[in-house]
Structure formats: structure tokens, C-alpha cells
Design a protein. Sequence first.
Length: 377
Amino acid sequence: MGYVDWNRRLFDSLIPLPDGTSYNAYLVRGSEKTALIDTVDPAMAGVLKGQLADVERIDYLVSQHAEQDHSGAVPLVLEMHEECTVLCSPKAKDLLVDHLGIPAERVRTVEDGEALPLGGKTLRFIHTPWVHWPETMVSHLPEDRILFSCDFLGSHVAMSGLYAGGDPRVYEAAKRYYAEIMMPFRKMIRNHLKKLRGLEFDRIAPSHGPVYDDPERILSAYEGWVSDEVSNIAVIPYVSMHGSTEAMVDHLAAALAERGVTVEKFELSVTDIGKLAMALVDAATIVIGTPTVHGGPHPAVYSATHLANALRPKLKYAAIIGSYGWGTQAVEKISALIPNLKVEVLGTVLCKGRPAEGTFAELNSLAEAVRERHASA
Ligand code: FEO
């Protein structure tokens, strides 16, 4: 059940959705009880209402995640079905009450590993906190060999088919989703993946994007993303106001490429921040390029640097480059923005006005330092 939202282009007023998304809900019918797993975004509550019109009973509404795009229609389902009890993790209960005004007496909490018999089918709940809220959990249906994972392993992509198959668009969207939403919780996700490896299932049914009918593919992709392994990639987010910083970036990019380092370059005034986040999933190095505005970095650089710090990518090295007019505190201000990045700073290259020979030589040295570190990483 649910809704494929082909036209949505922004999530949380922050995250670009170039390929739309979906809000998936699942109805599990046992011989004795029926459970609905998650609901839809509040804007689509009417769609779910229509889909549930011929469902006589919903004994349980399993709310795996309290964020509104999945819990938004919980109040409607409770209104339609007086017999229905919401099941959720202990941490989800307060969130559902506080964020959606759900009466506490209609909510029952479930423990990690608890099983819910439905008659010939069983839902077993596994707590997976911080994917990406503190209350998140997944549900395993062993009889049908399905794992319901809500946001975890999901993808923001609208498609007409039910299954992902081997469609590369889905795995691209899943990586974008991981980068933007899950990456800050990389180490916890590693443990959750180990838990999931202990379960038997043939399909993973997330609450965004199509159902995975080849679970190994998404699980192994995630295991790579959350590992400590970095790739020989330097990401260069930058802004240039009059071309000097861009000339520095272009020189450095060419010097890195000559040395066999893959470069991903993002001019921040036109960048899709999801693409930048995806590049940070595997990169070993970030080089921030900025002109100086009002004594510090360009506001777009502030914003992207704040985001990179919040996403906590597994970067190992960093550098700052840029041109300034007459004075600058860009390095000090950028350094203060990235306390979460546990990186070795390979250097800073700043120049007053247009870059000349000396600056290009410094950039060559920086490129060489990046190459050396990547070779030994
Ligand atoms: Fe899809 Fe965290 O909500």
C-alpha cells in the first residue's frame, strides 16, 4: 500500500529528490490478526484511506519510525479502526504522542526481539536505533521471508514496478539516501547490519523506494559504505566570485588527476547537495575552496562545510584553498566548522588576488601530498 510520489522534489525543506520518492505501507494478514506496517505522509492520508476501504479489521498498526512521512496517517487509521493498537519501540511512544497527538492508551511498546503472532505468520521486531531517529526498528516476517526496514536501506525514487531487480537507478538513489540521511550513524549501522545478517529473508521491503528482491546487493553495498575503507577520491566543494579561486581549483584538479587521484568538483552555487553528499561517502580527501567575503568564507561554503561536518563522512585528509582581496580569516573560520571530521590537514593554499606561479607550485605540492597519503591509506 502507500503512494508513489513522482513529483516531490524536496524533503525536510533541505534534501533534493530528483527522482521523487514513495511512502510504502504493508498489510500483513494472518489467519487471526491483521497488521498494517507504517502509513504514509500526511498529505497522502486520503490515498491510504481509499486503499484500506475494504479492510475490515486492523488489529495492529506497527509504527517502525515516528517521522511524519510514515506515521502521518496513524491518527486516521486509529480513527477508522477502533480495534487497532499501535505497536512501536519504547522510544517511539513519546514521539508519536508528542508529534502526532496519538492517545498514549492506544500505543503498546514492543521489546527488541519480541514476536507478534498473527496466525500462521509472525512479526518479530528488531530495534535498530538511529536509522535515523532514536526510536527506529525493523520487522521480520520469517514465514514469508521478508524484512520490513522502513527508512533503513531505503531509496528516494519513484518507480512503477514493485521490485528493484538490478536497476542501477535504485542503487544510486539508495546511496544518495544513505549519504544524506544515514551516514552520520555509520558505526551504529554497521552493528545493525550484523544483526540483519543473522536473519533469513529473500526480500527487503523498505518504506521508501521499491522492494529489494536481491537483498545481498543492497546489504553488501551498505557494508561497503559504512566500512572504514576510503577510495582514491578527492572532493572539491568550492565557490569562486571573480575566477581566482576557480583557477586554483582547476589547477589542483588537473594536478591531482595527473597523479592518478579521482577528483569530484562541486561549484556550490549550482550543486545538488545530494551529489556532494554521495561523493563524500567514499572519498579520502576534501579540499574546500573559497573566496573571502566579509573576512571569512563565502556563505555557500559555510553551508556546505556545516553539512559535511554534520554528515560525518569517513574522510581522512583535508585542505583549504582560495583567493582573498586584502585580508582573510577563511582558514580559521572553516577549521572551526569541522570538529566532527577526524582528518589530517594537509595544508592551506591562499593567495591575494589572482594566482600566479608561486601559488600553482604550492597547489602542485598539495596534490603530491594527497597522492602520497592516498597511496598509503
Ligand atoms: Fe522516511 Fe525518517 O522518514
